[in-house]
Design a protein around this ligand. Structure first.
Ligand code: SAM
Length: 301
């Protein structure tokens, strides 16, 4: 992976409102209805793999989608787990959510709902290979393109109890659109190479699922023994309103353009410096529109 110019924690923060708008509400509501049905029988055990700085947990509680649950956040990067702890604490305070820290766990109470939050620094494959827990729900958000998900899913499904569920959101599906056009041929060439290089990434000796993970998940889920209950688009659509981007979405866009630039460093034999500068300028001038096609899935085992 190329060294990123931007701060990844700030990127994940700035991505939150983009994800908020993008998440497919039909898929999300199916997941939520199923969870509430399961929660009538017993307290829920949820794990989120590659949880980053914890924005999904905050969203699910803010939107009142979660019944009481034990929620385990797993990420390979210790820094993000530490950030998640800081973030959740600050957010709970801001939202007037009762917060207690004990024994490296967080206990939250919002109205009549109680949440126990556990944190785990681990790689997804080793976590699912080693865990003895059977979860009611596994969440993976903006993650499955980064690993070999065809190989990960059988392990991941092995950690879900019978009739337990999975929710895989924001799975990239091979369309990147930047508007307005700079030069039709160059735009097309850059996006082609950007996707090509992403698809050539390896983790260890394994190729990543990459840019087509969205559409490929239909087969991967089926082959690993999962049953898709609902699926639908969750495209990122970022555009200026009244000459400005909402929240910190201008920062998010600068990160995306930096990612294109870093991904293509030493990977192409033509110069894209002026294209990159023009795209950053378009953000400064509140002109750039960015669309990335993605898919969400909810299903059971
Ligand atoms: C694009 S970020 C998404 C984070 C979070 N889900 C979000 O959307 O805000 C990808 C996350 O996956 C984590 N990650 C990457 N490879 C991993 C692995 N093999 N096992 C567990 N986490 C991993 C990274 O540390 C990072 O937090």
């Amino acid at each position: 992976m190329n060294k990123q110019l931007f701060n990844f924690v700030d990127y994940l923060e700035s991505k939150k409102t983009v994800d908020d708008r993008a998440l497919n509400r039909v898929v999300l509501n199916k997941m939520c209805d199923y969870l509430h049905e399961m929660a009538r029988q017993k307290p829920l055990q949820i794990v989120e793999i590659a949880s980053g700085i914890g924005t999904m947990l905050e969203r699910l509680i803010d939107w009142d989608l979660l019944p009481s649950a034990t929620y385990t956040m797993v990420d390979v990067n210790e820094k993000y787990i530490l950030c998640a702890k800081e973030h959740i604490q600050a957010w709970a305070k801001q939202q007037n959510i009762k917060f207690i820290e004990f024994d490296d766990k967080f206990f939250l109470q919002k109205d009549d709902k109680k949440f126990e939050i556990n944190f785990c620094i681990a790689d997804a494959t080793s976590f699912f290979s080693k865990t003895h827990e059977k979860y009611d729900l596994v969440i993976a958000h903006a993650f499955l393109d980064l690993v070999n998900s065809e190989e990960l899913l059988p392990l991941l499904f092995g950690a879900i109890q019978k009739k337990g569920a999975f929710y895989f959101s924001i799975n990239f599906d091979g369309e990147t659109i930047f508007l307005p056009q700079i030069n039709a041929d160059l735009d097309q060439k850059i996006i082609y190479d950007y996707h090509r290089v992403m698809d050539e990434q390896k983790v260890g000796d394994k190729t990543v699922s990459g840019t087509k993970v969205g559409r490929n998940l239909f087969a991967y889920i089926h082959n690993a023994g999962g049953k898709i209950i609902e699926a639908g688009s969750s495209d990122w659509t970022v555009f200026p309103r009244e000459n400005r981007y909402p929240h910190r979405e201008n920062y998010f866009l600068h990160c995306i353009i930096d990612t294109v630039s870093q991904t293509l460093t030493d990977q192409i034999n033509y110069n894209i410096n002026s294209w990159i500068t023009s795209r950053h300028d378009q953000i400064e001038d509140a002109e750039l529109v960015y669309i990335a096609h993605q898919l969400d899935f909810f299903g059971i085992i």
